[in-house]
Design a protein around this ligand. Structure first.
Ligand code: FEO
Length: 392
């Protein structure tokens, strides 16, 4: 595939990874991903914005075969899926400099052993002239590492935000063609990567209000030639209220917790509360993460194993704690045989979730009438609290 023109003398020179199915040995990639790099040819200087995952370096180097000079490699982010080819690019262009934040330099020296004299560090708002094109660097820490920055190409009004606004989606479409598909992929990306840093993203979104943006070129997934689509989606995920939704990750060993969950889901539905239930025995954790973006409440369903929660449930609780969703209420339902510390152990695993813990419901053995009554009471409490807070 040839380099793909975005605007005159601005090209996509990235790599599409159709086959990758896991990121960070953790995150499922059901639809692959891409690593987007961009070449900007000014009248006097040439810049490469980000590079690609090390596994795809040959694809990037093919695009650079007929480019005699690169003056600057802009490193918006030090993570290897974007910085991994920098050493090979620097080897091909011995006079090229890496342009990044001071923290970015420190991290790239540490991660890729790039010599310090190959760097130019830039401060927030600093510009770099390529002749008839100007790059402006916008420091944007914690999207999603501390060194991250965004690059704005002033004359063409293109924002290159690296991971921010990205989606793990392998597609031949240069720009978003199927908004529904990209919305799902971008929300999954936000949930897994960006949600823990929501308060930082709030500030960055506000800062971007003062920029005129025609195109957003993220580092994963298709580009946005209608930036309002992704900007509005991010605003709703970051600034919007939680919704009238309960997320219910659970597992059952002998059917008692399963019965509790089935009854409870019905009780919530009868009270007008939407439930998203996830059986942790076989789950795509990305779907759980996405559900947590909007939910007002999480209720965890667990049997008791060796006095504590089932390990799969503990994993889900640990994950939810790390992702820091906007949850307002939490509770636990489940079962035990002869004794349980599942509630104490689970609530101790979620210190980041500043949510009110509602009274849990654990049945001894298979649930009976008083357990179902307690589940009805919990469902009523959740419905009432959602209504009081205006969660719709
Ligand atoms: Fe796509 Fe944080 O790397």
């Amino acid at each position: 595939m040839k380099a793909r023109q975005i605007k005159p003398n601005v090209y996509w020179v990235g790599a599409i990874d159709w086959d990758r199915r896991l990121f960070d040995a953790l995150i499922p990639l059901p639809d692959g991903t891409s690593y987007n790099a961009y070449l900007v040819r000014g009248s006097q200087k040439v810049a490469l914005i980000d590079t690609v995952n090390p596994s795809m370096t040959p694809a990037l180097m093919t695009y650079l075969e007929n480019i005699p000079v690169i003056d600057y490699v802009i490193a918006n982010h030090a993570e290897q899926d974007h910085s991994g080819s920098i050493p090979q690019v620097l080897a091909k262009y011995p006079d090229a400099k890496v342009v990044t934040t001071p923290k970015g330099r420190d991290m790239l020296v540490a991660l890729l052993l790039i010599p310090e004299d190959r760097f130019i560090t830039v401060s927030d708002g600093e510009t770099l002239s390529l002749g008839d094109k100007t790059l402006e660097f916008i420091h944007a820490p914690w999207v999603h590492w501390p060194e991250t920055m965004l690059t704005y190409l002033r004359e063409d009004k293109i924002l290159f935000p690296c991971d921010l606004f990205g989606s793990h989606l392998a597609t031949i479409d240069l720009y978003v063609a199927n908004e529904g598909q990209v919305y799902e992929a971008a929300k999954r990306y936000y949930a897994e990567i960006m949600m823990p840093f929501r308060t930082s993203i709030e500030k960055h979104l506000e800062k971007l209000n003062s920029y005129k943006i025609d195109v957003i070129g993220p580092s994963h997934g298709p580009l946005h030639d209608k930036p309002s689509f992704i900007l509005e989606a991010y605003r709703s995920w970051v600034f919007g209220s939680p919704k009238n939704i309960v997320v219910l990750p659970y597992i059952s060993m002998h059917g008692s917790t399963q019965k509790m969950v089935e009854y409870f889901v019905g009780a919530l539905a009868d009270r007008g509360v939407t439930v998203k239930q996830f059986n942790l025995a076989a789950i795509d954790i990305g779907k759980l993460a996405m559900a947590l973006v909007d939910a007002a409440t999480m209720v965890i369903g667990t049997p008791t194993v060796l006095v504590g929660p089932h390990p799969n449930v503990a994993y889900a609780a640990f994950l939810a704690n790390a992702l820091r969703p906007r949850l307002q209420f939490i509770s636990i339902i489940g079962s035990y045989g002869w004794g349980s510390k599942a509630v104490e152990q689970l609530t101790g695993m979620i210190p980041n979730l500043k949510a009110e813990v509602l009274p849990p419901v654990l049945s001894k053995g298979f649930p009976r009438e008083d357990d179902f009554q307690a589940l009805d009471n919990l469902a009523s409490t959740i419905a009432k609290k959602h209504k009081e807070h205006g969660f719709a």
